[in-house]
Design a protein around this ligand. Sequence first.
Ligand SMILES: Nc1ncnc2c1ncn2[C@@H]1O[C@H](COP(=O)(O)OP(=O)(O)OP(=O)(O)O)[C@@H](O)[C@H]1O
Length: 358
Amino acid sequence: MPRSISIPDRFCRKVAQTLVAHDMVQPGDAVLVAVSGGPDSMALVRVLTHVAPEFELRIGLAHLNHGLRGPDADHDQAFVQQFADGHGLPCVSEIRDVKRLARETGNSLEEAGRNARYDFFSRTAADHGYTRIATGHTRDDNAEQVLMALVRGSGSKGLSGIPAKRGPMIIRPLIDRSRQEIIDFLAALNQAYITDDSNQDPVFLRNRIRSHLIPLLEKHYNPNIRQGLHRLSRILGEETCFLEDHTCRAFDRCVEKKGPDAVFLSIPGLVALHPALIPRVIRHGILHVKTNLRRITHDHMTAIQDLAADSAPGKHLDLPDRIRVYKTRGRLCIRKETLPLRQLGRMHKQSTRIPPKA
Ligand SMILES: Nc1ncnc2c1ncn2[C@@H]1O[C@H](COP(=O)(O)OP(=O)(O)OP(=O)(O)O)[C@@H](O)[C@H]1O
């Protein structure tokens, strides 16, 4: 009979398999573990320190105090620091005023918090010589993400959920593990963690999905819905990758001229593409002049395609972040303007504004 393997050992083995399967680390890597103090990131740091000798990794911790929950946030920061000290691990923490960042950028608190975190992680990694940044996202987080994308009506990219890796640095070693496995692992180690009451607040869509929609789907439709959603996201992730590849090639064929602030796409070239590729190539064009696609909605994309198909000359569209789209000599031009569009609007007669999404 095989010797029974303990819960912590089994858990660590499974995470080690994820590290290998997704090629997440190389011997000699220095891994900065993003630790909020919650169950997932505490499990992450415990498992990574356990497998560090086998994978030849150096481990350190990073904690961001969002300055949002008053004394609770200070307590979380102290908890993470004490854990690091107790385990002889280096820890970098920082306090950011996320409320102010949200006000200044017009982003939601959630988005401002996320931006502040990833900015802090990358700076810390660069300053301290870390080669990877590990976050504690789990399979359950991914299932919630997919459902959020579904209820918001996102496309296949949104439905691809949380990737196991992002760019050359960010890794998510717990992405194939469930929340229950994590709780069992922590209980077996007698490891304390912080519970964040805001995770229950129904104001946030994610919390309503976690505590209402998923249990409902599990009870009445599919007891394995989380695994199903996770699988769906992985399939769509692969297919999205494949389509992205085609998009890049189609984009190169359609581009007639490009500079740092503008790209000109051949309209006959666009029209000849498979309909699934047209919005993708246009998005690629927007990304050429704008670093991200935030605030570019489905309505914007439809309006751009309508503009390309419209035979009337002289029209243009104003998109967020000073992006102007117009037609010129059989080409669709996507341009990042230097002047505010309001000022430019007075210089053009026909402008179509797309109302921001409610
Ligand atoms: N304040 C923070 N400082 C450092 N890392 C963080 C912080 N907040 C979140 N993270 C990282 O991002 C991951 C996902 O964030 P999320 O908001 O889902 O986590 P959480 O619910 O606060 O805590 P956990 O995932 O640790 O249970 C965390 O697992 C952790 O790796």
